[in-house]
Design a protein around this ligand. Structure first.
Ligand code: PRX
Length: 569
């Protein structure tokens, strides 16, 4: 491959220590219109801005699935998102309204999201595997006004129980209007290509991602348009996107990686982006890399482990030599996987650490940095990270503690929807945002992930709250009590294991085991269904009746159960 010119920022990153000292977010802000006008819109900066410049006819999106292969230039994307915005406008969407998208990865999903943003609406993406109660919780909590979905997913939308939901736009080749359910595609083809974009403030709401904690229902993490500063900065310095790159982020926009790094970051940087619809398949994935000549690839440890498991013979059948930079996020990246990556791609996979709440990458292995196998890397310039104790006091190197971030980075969440108290609970004295991860920093400033402080489960890169699964389990008529933990797994990182106690009159059988699993899968989501269920006469509880997950985990891993003084006898 021919050598590509490095952008100014990339070049600066060669000397990390120097760049950290001289870096100022203003350097990045200057690239956006609001630096001059005070107003902004993410969709304008990511798409329309390029149409005014030399990238207008460059491919912005290469989309493919089993049945279609299409591409959109930045000019096409501007036009299609304008039309989507005009359809949404017709049904009454205005600034601040919540517009949800519940669709598989298709071009219409991407143009729908951009269209909603162009009206200043807040987008709520729902992962397509969500079942009725998961969909309900999110639409209800957010007060969603409009939903974009497909006929296949319609039956999971409990429209009548959602008073704020006014319109459902149905994306199908043929669909007839039916009350509040409207045919989207016909309206789309009739809509105008031109739109008066809604300019917003950089603090205005952009996107609402629901994510799990260890207690309670998923919470709505709200991000603002100003996040673009960090998206662009990391697109250039961490993803290392350069002129001519073909970039592929494998995440679905139902999760934060799929929006921050599947939409915003690459398009802000004007990169050609690949989206693959359909399910994961190793052969398919290698084909996508080869067909489009992917140069920068962002995926997750689970996916790399599955590729690794599919064998090197498959790799040998594909030409992967276009790859220049490979990155990972979502879970600890095993040194073994990095070694495998060296063998098959001839590249080190670069780990990045961040979370839904941080909105963008925070601690990373830079392309220009020596990576230490197993370390998440160092904080990006402009971000201060530290290991602190519960009182917010910094701990010295090599001591394990809370991984914390100094509040105020550009892509930091702005609120937890409808829950000020929850939002405030993230922060401790010293203006530290506490991540919920435990880690340590070595004497050279590299961070090393150790685990979650709470009970949140990371399974195949997805964050699952045990409480939500437990609540669903006890809705099954046979289940009296349930406690859910993450059990270590070589491919998925963790799998969901449920301990249950049955109601009187039930006995555990293979059929019942299967029925309970299917029940969670069908009513919550496939990725949240327990892979293992263990039946016990009763579960360990505190005197106040709380299931003690830590004891369940100790049982599972044959570890000491620790202090049991609060346990009910
Ligand atoms: O525990 C950390 C883990 O994923 C959590 C955040 O999950 P979520 O909000 O779903 O966002 C995932 C993708 C941005 C973190 O608290 N995590 C994320 N990246 C890493 C990681 N654990 C270890 N190493 C990482 N690189």
């Amino acid at each position: 491959m021919k050598a590509l010119p490095k952008s100014v920022l990339n070049h600066n990153m060669v000397d990390y220590d120097h760049f950290v000292k001289t870096f100022d977010w203003k350097q990045v802000e200057k690239q956006f219109s609001w630096y001059k006008t005070g107003k902004v819109n993410m969709a304008y900066e990511a798409v329309d801005r390029h149409v005014a410049g030399p990238k207008a006819d460059q491919v912005a999106l290469h989309y493919s699935d089993e049945t279609r292969k299409v591409f959109y230039t930045f000019r096409d994307l501007r036009c299609e998102s304008n039309r989507a915005a005009n359809v949404l406008k017709e049904v009454g969407v205005t600034k601040g309204d919540r517009v949800f998208v519940f669709m598989p990865r298709t071009p219409e999903l991407y143009t729908g999201i951009l269209g909603a943003l162009k009206l200043g609406a807040i987008v709520g993406p729902l992962f397509e595997a969500f079942m009725e109660s998961a969909v309900y919780d999110r639409l209800q909590d957010s007060g969603a006004k409009v939903l974009l979905t497909t006929p296949d997913l319609l039956e999971r939308v409990p429209f009548d129980d959602l008073p704020a939901l006014e319109t459902v736009l149905v994306v199908a080749d043929s669909y007839e209007d039916n009350g509040s359910f409207l045919d989207y595609k016909t309206r789309l083809s009739a809509a105008s290509n031109e739109l008066e974009i809604t300019w917003v403030d950089k603090e205005d709401g952009l996107i609402l991602h629901y994510t799990s904690g260890s207690t309670g229902k998923p919470k709505g993490v709200l991000h603002a348009h100003g996040a673009m500063v960090q998206h662009l900065h990391t697109a250039e310095t961490v993803l290392d996107l350069q002129e001519g790159d073909v970039y592929w982020c494998t995440a679905d926009p139902g999760w934060v990686t799929g929006t921050s790094y599947g939409i915003f970051a690459p398009w802000l940087a004007g990169a050609t982006t690949v989206v693959r619809g359909g399910r994961f398949s190793p052969r398919d994935w290698y084909e996508v890399v080869e067909r489009y000549g992917v140069t920068v690839w962002y995926s997750a440890p689970t996916a790399f482990r599955m590729l690794m498991g599919s064998g090197d013979a498959l790799v040998a059948q594909h030409n992967l030599s276009s790859l220049r930079h490979v990155l990972s996020v979502g879970e600890p990246l095993n040194p073994e996987v990095i070694r495998w990556g060296m063998d098959v791609f001839g590249k080190r996979i670069h780990d990045t650490w961040w979370m839904t709440e941080t909105g963008a990458q925070m601690i990373c292995n830079y392309p220009t940095m020596d990576i230490r196998l197993g370390s998440m890397g160092k904080p990006i310039p402009g971000v201060e990270a530290a290991i602190v104790d519960d009182a917010g006091k910094k701990l010295p190197p090599n001591r394990m503690g809370n991984l914390a971030l100094k509040a105020g980075w550009p892509s930091m969440m702005r609120a937890i929807w409808n829950n000020k108290e929850k939002y405030e609970s993230y922060f401790i004295p010293g203006d530290w945002y506490v991540s919920g991860d435990s880690a340590y920093m070595d004497e050279d400033g590299y961070f090393w992930f150790q685990g979650r402080v709470d009970d949140v489960i990371m399974t195949a890169g997805e964050r699952v709250g045990p409480f939500e699964v437990e609540s669903k389990l006890i809705e099954h008529p046979a289940v009296a009590e349930a406690g859910v933990i993450g059990k270590p797994d070589p491919v998925r990182g963790e799998i969901i294991k449920a301990f249950i106690a049955l109601r009187a009159g039930y006995t555990m059988t293979d059929e019942l085991d299967e029925e309970i699993r299917v029940f969670v899968r069908n009513n919550l989501a496939a990725h949240a269904a327990p892979r293992e269920i263990e039946c016990r006469a009763s579960l360990p509880k505190t005197r106040s009746g709380k299931i003690m997950r830590r004891v369940l985990k100790a049982w599972e891993l044959n570890l000491p159960t620790g202090d049991l003084s609060t346990m009910d006898d």
